[in-house]
Ligand binder design. Sequence first.
Ligand SMILES: [Zn+2]
Length: 240
Amino acid sequence: MELSRTTFLSGVSALVAATAVPAAAEPLSDVDPVAEARGTSAQALAFLRAGNYRFVRTGPRPWPTPLPPPAAPTPLPRRPTDRTPQRPWAALLTCADTRVAPEFVFDAGFGDLFVCRAAGNIADNDVTGSIEYAVAEFHAPLVVVVGHSGCGACDAAIKTFDGKLFPPANILAVVRAIMPAVSTVPHDDSDRLRHVVEHNARLTAAALAAGPILKPAIVSGRLHVTWGYHELKSGVVTIR
Ligand SMILES: [Zn+2]
């Protein structure tokens, strides 16, 4: 059973209004998470790692996608249609960088990954709401924020922090969102950009995990939220 968008949104409103109630006792929706979840957090982590291994080592994945239990009753089509089920086993937040395309990097198929992308893998209200939607509506058991080597957005944040760059227009909002990570990495760090990228992904994951939908899902044991680092040179994504 899938909720309509209106039902989902009204459910979110009720959740937000009920923040005084112990969150773990509140159902996220009227969909049974055990029945609807595509798999466990551990299975989803294993699938991401296996998919990245295939991407790096052995080329494209066989078709159809091997699914974690409960398996889809019929193989998914190569090309999605309006009847293709939307049952992601992971929600990802990655940079908008052209080189990090998650479906390729994790060798995933249609219906597998719920992907949000923004420069610097930052989570503004819209992105946060999208990730929350993936967890509340589709019961994704895993959320990963993935930073990457050579991130231009993080590099711009560092240059702005150092007074060497003045981002125009709304680019400033992107840079500003990365500043908490920049400010905690020493100026003379020998691998400053990498550490800013990693810390930015870690902070973003922590912020998502503290939200009113993800937090009770984590407490109930059906969601894991973490972060990763994508090394472009090797293609390897290290998930923490
Ligand atoms: Zn980037």
